[in-house]
Design a protein around this ligand. Structure first.
Ligand SMILES: Cc1cc2nc3c(=O)[nH]c(=O)nc-3n(C[C@H](O)[C@H](O)[C@H](O)COP(=O)(O)O)c2cc1C
Length: 180
C-alpha cells in the first residue's frame, strides 16, 4: 500500500545543511497554516509563531543562542550554526498554561510534515532556549514579537537540503506495547 502522508512522515529527517534558496511566500503561508491547524487541548490554540526570514535577525538569534550556551558553560562548536544557515526560521512560543507546550509541539510537527510534503526540509531547534540565558540582556520576547505571558518553546528552521540526505537513525525497540 502506498500512502503519501505516511511516506512523508517516514521520510522526513532533521536536515543540518541548507542551500541559500529562499522558501517562497506561498510555501511559508502553507507551512504556517499547517501549524495553525494543529490540534490543541480545549482548542486553546495558545501558540504564537514568529516567522523570520530577515538574515540579520536569524544571525542575531544565532549569536544570542551561542552567548547563552557559553554562559551556561556548554560546549559550542564554532563551525555549527544554530540554524545551519537555513533561510527561514519559525520561533514557536506558547502561553504559560497547561498543555500549551504540548500544543506547540503538535504545531511544530505539522509544520515539519507540511514542509516536507512541499519538498522543503527542516530541523527543530531546541537550543534557541539558550537565547534567554545570555549575559547581554536583550529583551528577546520584545525582539521576536512574542506576546505578553507567552514563553519561548522551540524554533524550527526550513530550507532546501544541501548534500547527502540524512539516513534515518535506528528507532528504539521496546517502546510500544499492545493490549489486545
Ligand atoms: C524538541 C526538539 C529539540 C531539538 N533540538 C535540536 C537542536 O537544537 N539542534 C539540532 O540540530 N537538532 C535538534 N533536534 C532534532 C533531533 O536531534 C532529531 O529529531 C533526532 O536526532 C532524530 O532525527 P530525525 O529528526 O532525522 O528523525 C531537536 C528535536 C526536537 C524534537
Amino acid at each position: 500500500m502506498s500512502n503519501q502522508t505516511i511516506e512523508t512522515i517516514l521520510n522526513r529527517r532533521s536536515v543540518r545543511s541548507f542551500t541559500n534558496q529562499p522558501v517562497s511566500v506561498q510555501d511559508i503561508s502553507l507551512i504556517v497554516e499547517a501549524g495553525l491547524y494543529a490540534p490543541s487541548a480545549r482548542n486553546r490554540q495558545n501558540w504564537h509563531f514568529t516567522v523570520v526570514t530577515n538574515p540579520e535577525m536569524i544571525e542575531k538569534m544565532h549569536q544570542l543562542t551561542l552567548q547563552g550556551m557559553e554562559q551556561r558553560g556548554l560546549k559550542v562548536d564554532e563551525k555549527d550554526h544554530t540554524f545551519y544557515h537555513a533561510p527561514l526560521v519559525i520561533v514557536v512560543s506558547s502561553l504559560i498554561e497547561g498543555f500549551a507546550e504540548f500544543n506547540a509541539g503538535c504545531a511544530i510537527e505539522n509544520m515539519a510534515i507540511a514542509a516536507k510534503s512541499l519538498g522543503i526540509d527542516s530541523c527543530i531547534i531546541g537550543q534557541t532556549r539558550f537565547m534567554y540565558s545570555q549575559t547581554n540582556k536583550v529583551d528577546v520576547n520584545l525582539m521576536l514579537k512574542v506576546p505578553f505571558e507567552y514563553e519561548h518553546d522551540c524554533s524550527i528552521c526550513f530550507g532546501y537540503a544541501k548534500g547527502e540526505y540524512p539516513v534515518a537513525k535506528e528507532r528504539k525497540a521496546g517502546v510500544v506495547d499492545y493490549i489486545r
